[in-house]
Design a protein around this ligand. Structure first.
Ligand code: GDP
Ligand code: MG
Length: 589
């Protein structure tokens, strides 16, 4: 049985090309969201998404539409565009049959347009091309249409011309989804069984309903009173509620083959939920192909600002992991900052977003170490720079293959970044007025401030994507920072030998400005290979803050003394050197 009236699709695009705005128009046309409740980028529900104006989480929504007096159910999944969240995209792709590939006509094809296109192709999806923002009348429109048609392998006439802002062409596009995207999978996977079989493609925690999984049913049906079995974690549970995304949770009686919806699992332990796992009613069933485990590439240790928040932080991370299966963490301990976690992330933005979600959704503020990549020392991986010995034979670092798309005029500026970011094997390929640059670059450089620098040399017009390809031998050294003779945990970093002195200078100068004065003078020293390679001194405080208030004003003096006392209490002691959490945060930035 195949559900001929169901279409499951994603919208994929480079960041800011208009996916979420297009989803808004779809929600309106299909009357999914009442017009009085409609707001821009409706599917970006996380507070953080609204604040930052970017999509972080995939967001599924079910819509109803009638075409030629036949009614259809359309399941749309909006996806993030930033490379750090491409794991979200790839999971969404496994739950659908088709994709709208959206390109901002004023920008043309960008690095993430290509990257997402290739993932969608590989997933075997039917791809419909659309150029957006035609209300801006970009002069290059015909050319962008041609480029997109060439990429997808269709005719320029088949590319939809739309404005997600004004709604022009959007209804046509929705009808094309019904016409061209296949209705659920052609051959049911285990048709003779016809029992419920569903793929978990996401999960989250709901304060009232507990652990909820987002599913795509691939065979049979699942009813709201069924007993389910999760194959990978060997777990039985009685369903508490079943439903679909409207986009709010909307309970229903059952989900049938081809449908996308949610199941409130009744399971309490987050460890029992594995993204990519198969839910079935018959434990004898074989599992659906799941997902490749994402590999973390950026590592950061983080600690609760208030040390008694450790248990809360642990619980928060477990809940967050339900909603972010790419998140990896393990307990960590730091002499100064206490108990915390070492997290593995898919990129620097992924880490930043995690820290912000902890603060916003769980009210836990954290202090973190510098992000690091994992270095290879023989057979062992070192992802915390402090674990690197002073002496070693050979160290290898992770290398990415970088693809940059830029208008030709900025090529010179981008080449200037070559040396700073240790780019190699650079190749260029002209594509009309643009250039596709491919290059190799250490991942460590990518997570420094490559993103910002590329934007600034190209006035924001260059975009990039990357993938980890290799480990290569590198000339690196460990840099430690000592304040008043004590090493400051969390400030150890690894740098290329040839940059280490200039980096060390920069760091000590910065710290001199940030660190508060103490009753004694403090030396800031940068040490590499047992040698001090940069130093600064912070002079001592004047002994008595009230000293300058000679004479009579006794009450004013008292106030100041009190304040000084209180100030002392508020200091969080980090070893003998007193550094407040605030200061530590500044040092890391
Ligand atoms: P996403 O990152 O792909 O989800 O992009 P958004 O939907 O968040 O849109 C990015 C920006 O482009 C927002 O400021 C939108 O208002 C704007 N935008 C989206 N579609 C259009 C369009 O058709 N015309 C114009 N002029 N602006 C648009
Ligand atoms: Mg978006």
């Amino acid at each position: 049985m195949s559900n001929s009236n169901i279409r499951n699709f994603v919208v994929i695009a480079h960041i800011d090309h208009g996916k979420s705005t297009l989803a808004d128009r779809f929600l309106e046309i299909t009357n999914t969201v009442e017009s009085r409740r409609m707001k821009e980028q409706y599917l970006d529900q996380l507070e953080l998404e609204r604040e930052r104006g970017i999509t972080i989480k995939m967001a599924p929504v079910r819509m109803a539409y009638t075409l030629n007096s036949k009614s259809y159910i359309l399941n749309l999944i909006d996806t993030p565009g930033h490379p750090d969240f491409s794991y979200e995209v790839s999971r969404a792709l496994a739950a659908v049959e088709g994709a709208i590939l959206l390109v901002d006509a004023t920008q043309g094809i960008q690095a993430q347009t290509l990257a997402n296109f290739h993932i969608a192709r590989k997933a075997g999806l039917k791809i419909i091309g659309a150029v957006n923002k035609i209300d801006m009348h970009p002069p290059q429109l015909p050319q962008v249409i041609k480029e997109l048609a060439d990429l997808i392998g269709c005719t320029p006439e088949e590319i939809h011309k739309i404005s997600a802002k004004t709604g022009e062409g959007v209804e046509n596009l929705l009808e094309a989804v019904i016409e061209f995207i296949p209705a659920s999978s052609e051959a049911p996977l285990q048709s003779e069984m016809q029992a419920g079989l569903a793929l978990i493609f996401d999960s989250f925690y709901d304060d009232h309903k507990g652990i909820i999984v987002s599913v795509r049913v691939f065979d049979g049906e699942i009813k709201d009173d069924d007993e389910i079995y999760l194959i990978a974690t060997n777990t039985h549970s009685k369903i508490k509620e079943i439903g679909y995304f409207s986009p709010q949770l909307k309970p229903t009686k059952k989900l049938t083959e081809g449908e996308i919806g949610y199941i409130a699992t009744g399971i309490k332990d987050p460890k029992k939920i594995k993204i990519g796992d198969t839910i079935t009613l018959n434990p004898k069933h074989l599992a659906l192909p799941g997902y490749e485990e994402p590999k973390p590439v950026v590592f950061v240790s983080f600690y609760p600002e208030e040390s008694d928040d450790f248990e809360d932080l642990k619980k928060a991370l477990q809940k967050l992991k339900l909603n972010d299966s790419a998140l990896k963490f393990e307990p960590d301990f730091n002499e100064v900052l206490g108990r915390g976690f070492k997290g593995g992330f898919l990129g620097k933005l992924h880490f930043e977003i995690t820290a912000e979600r902890l603060e916003k959704e769980f009210k836990i503020r954290t202090i973190n170490s510098f992000p690091s990549v994992a270095y290879k020392l023989g057979d062992i991986f070192i992802s915390n720079p402090k674990d690197l010995p002073d002496d070693f034979n050979e160290i290898q670092e992770p290398i990415v293959k970088l693809e940059i798309i830029t208008p030709i005029v900025y090529l010179g500026g981008i080449f200037q970044l070559k040396k700073i970011f240790r780019m190699s094997d650079i190749q260029t390929q002209n594509q009309r007025d643009k250039v596709l640059i491919t290059a190799k670059m250490p991942l460590a450089e990518l997570i420094s401030d490559f993103d910002d620098k590329l934007k600034s040399v190209s006035s924001g017009f260059a975009s990039f994507s990357y993938e980890l390809i290799d480990y290569q031998k590198a000339d690196l050294k460990k840099l430690e920072i000592l304040v008043a003779g004590e090493p400051i945990a969390g400030l150890v970093r690894i740098f290329p030998k040839k940059n280490i002195e200039s980096e060390a200078r920069k760091i000590v100068e910065r710290l001199k400005k940030i660190l508060p004065r103490q009753q004694f003078s403090q030396a800031i020293q940068a040490v590499a290979g047992g040698r001090i390679i940069a130093r600064e001194t912070i002079p001592a405080l004047k002994k008595d803050v009230a000293g300058y208030l000679y004479g009579g004003d006794r009450t004013r003096k008292m106030k100041l003394w009190k304040k000084q006392k209180k100030g002392k209490k508020k200091l969080k002691t980090m070893g003998r050197v007193k550094i407040t959490a605030e200061t530590f945060k500044k040092m890391i930035q």
